[in-house]
Design a protein around this ligand. Structure first.
Ligand SMILES: *[C@@H]1O[C@H](CO)[C@@H](O)[C@H](O)[C@H]1NC(C)=O
Ligand SMILES: *[C@@H]1O[C@H](CO)[C@@H](O)[C@H](O)[C@H]1NC(C)=O
Ligand SMILES: *[C@@H]1O[C@H](CO)[C@@H](O)[C@H](O)[C@H]1NC(C)=O
Ligand SMILES: *[C@@H]1O[C@H](CO)[C@@H](O)[C@H](O)[C@H]1NC(C)=O
Ligand SMILES: *[C@@H]1O[C@H](CO)[C@@H](O)[C@H](O)[C@H]1NC(C)=O
Length: 486
């Protein structure tokens, strides 16, 4: 289902809808989002079922099961279902003999149900959440823990930067006609609500989707939801092994055909009975629309970095005004194609936000726009300082040598809930870190009476600069730990 973006990004365009809303950056988005992050994970009650499809890459499936079965996910994953679509080659316990994984359940399907199988397996899970992924990528356990910590009332998709970009291209934001969606794959790692998988299957029946369309369920899932998906720019690790489902022009054409069919269904649904209970799964766009926030999960530890920095050209916002129906998706894509310069695309893909939290000091995040007053970065540590047993807090930065003034022109605050923020007075201090490239290691001590209850940490730029953000790595840590950036 994947590997289509390279084709898209050369032929077509990339866009995102809501740049217009960025003009008025305030902290409303912190509070708006809060309500949905309210399902804490009790480690003694793991509540996620992992669903994997097997076709012809069994060694990959074994490797992924081994990762999902790791002790570090004991508090999160309750069961791992391997759904074997390869009816000619039933799987037996012996195929996983080298793992001792009591969570593993093998389901041998009597026919190849393709991608529909993940939703069937999820709908019949005993847990409220399902983790879905393809068999050609690894998703690190700390990312799955972060997904679980943040899941609330909607699904979360984890994608590499090129697919995030493709998803921004394939989106329509037209609240006035009740059409609002963004396309996203599930195969790079997605945490779904079991109830969504179930109601999605009911919807496919209700709309009379053909057998072929139902098998290609992934192409329909995010579009028919009719809401802006929560997408994390992340770090899926490719596993090789051949047998890709989507290869070459034929696969791309098939995907686009089904994406077009999904938009056609959505237009019909919304035109006939928007907002009624007649259609399971489909939601009505929320208003007002939330401003665009980019999110990346950390590697090497569990946390999530959020950014309000503008990541896409202004042209994407203006392209939006004229779109009314879901089927205009490809017209919008074509309209935006000139904005997708190789320069822009390569920065987006190679210097995504995720590079600032990938625990690799050689890679860096570089913003598309110059650093602008109001630019905000927020860490969610998923637990508060007291639960983390930190003696104090410091925010570490490994940045380009000309970034020190930007950090010094920023205010730092912390919050237990993203609603009430306490400003910290700690000042920035920097020392040289490396000469080639010229980087600095900067520390910001974070202080305040209520620091023990802090879970969210925010940096807000109070001035505009004529250079982009360039962050090699950033992290929060206990002040007693004495660690350098890495
Ligand atoms: C289990 O591991 C052994 C030794 O590494 C290997 O020879 C064997 O093929 C493995 N079995 C399976 C089912 O993967
Ligand atoms: C959008 O949905 C709302 C709620 O069902 C409805 O009142 C409104 O008429 C719809 N708008 C359009 C343009 O269909
Ligand atoms: C914090 O300390 C308590 C008590 O020693 C321990 O049970 C808990 O696991 C620690 N938490 C972390 C995140 O290390
Ligand atoms: C860490 O911060 C706390 C609170 O600000 C302070 O009391 C403590 O001395 C600091 N520890 C170190 C090692 O800097
Ligand atoms: C950022 O500032 C530089 C220096 O003034 C300018 O040349 C460049 O065009 C600006 N970049 C953007 C995206 O506005």
């Amino acid at each position: 289902m994947k590997h289509v973006c390279s084709v898209w990004t050369t032929l077509l365009a990339v866009a995102v809808a809501f740049c217009a809303f960025w003009v008025e950056i305030n902290t409303a988005w912190f509070t708006q989002k809060l309500a949905s992050y309210s399902t804490p994970n009790d480690p003694s009650q793991p509540d996620v079922t992992a669903v994997l499809l097997n076709w012809v890459r069994l060694p990959n499936v074994v490797q992924i099961v081994s990762t999902l079965c790791a002790e570090s996910l004991d508090g999160v994953i309750k069961e791992i279902v391997v759904w074997n679509n390869n009816y000619n080659r039933p799987l037996v316990d012996q195929d996983f003999a080298n793992l001792t994984c009591s969570k593993l359940h093998i389901h041998n399907s009597v026919e190849n149900l393709y991608f529909q199988a993940r939703f069937i397996a999820c709908a019949s899970a005993s847990t409220p959440y399902c983790f879905i992924q393809d068999d050609d990528y690894l998703v690190k356990p700390e990312i799955i823990r972060s997904l679980r910590a943040r899941i609330g009332t909607h699904d979360i998709y984890h994608l590499p930067p090129d697919e995030v970009l493709a998803g921004h291209v394939l989106s329509i934001e037209s609240p006035s006609t009740n059409i609002t969606f963004g396309f996203s794959w599930l195969g790079y790692g997605a945490l779904l609500l079991r109830s969504n998988a179930e109601s999605f299957l009911s919807l496919l029946k209700r709309i009379g989707a053909s057998e072929e369309e139902t098998k290609m369920a992934d192409n329909y899932y995010s579009i028919l939801k009719n809401s802006v998906p929560e997408i994390w720019t992340g770090h899926p690790i490719p596993l090789f092994g051949g047998g890709d489902f989507t290869v070459g022009g034929e696969g791309v054409a098939r995907n686009r055909k089904h994406i077009a069919a999904a938009t056609n269904y959505l237009d019909q649904i919304v035109a006939t009975d928007a907002g009624s209970d007649a259609w399971p799964y489909v939601s009505l766009p929320s208003s007002p629309v939330e401003p665009q926030v980019e999110r990346s999960p950390c590697l090497g530890r569990s946390c999530v970095l959020e950014s309000t920095l503008q990541s896409l050209p202004d042209a994407f916002a203006t392209a939006e005004a004229t779109r009314r129906t879901a089927m205009e998706l490809f017209a919008r894509e074509a309209q935006l194609s000139p904005v997708l310069t190789p320069q822009f695309t390569s920065n987006y893909v190679n210097h995504a936000l995720s590079r600032a939290v990938d625990a690799d000091p050689k890679t860096f995040f570089r913003s598309f726009q110059n650093a602008t007053e109001g630019d905000t970065l927020v860490f969610d540590m998923l637990d508060n300082v007291r639960q983390l047993n930190w003696t104090g807090v410091e925010w570490l930065w490994l940045v380009d040598s000309d970034m020190a003034p930007i950090l010094k022109a920023s205010t730092v605050s912390f919050s237990p809930d993203k609603r009430s923020w306490v400003e910290s007075s700690g000042s920035v201090s920097c020392i040289p870190y490396s000469v080639q490239p010229r980087t600095l290691e900067c520390r910001i001590p974070i202080e305040g009476a209520s620091i023990g209850t802090a879970r969210y940490f925010r940096l807000r730029l109070e001035k505009t600069f004529l250079l982009p953000w360039r962050i090699y790595e950033t992290r929060l840590q206990s002040n007693g730990s004495g660690l350098r950036v890495l």
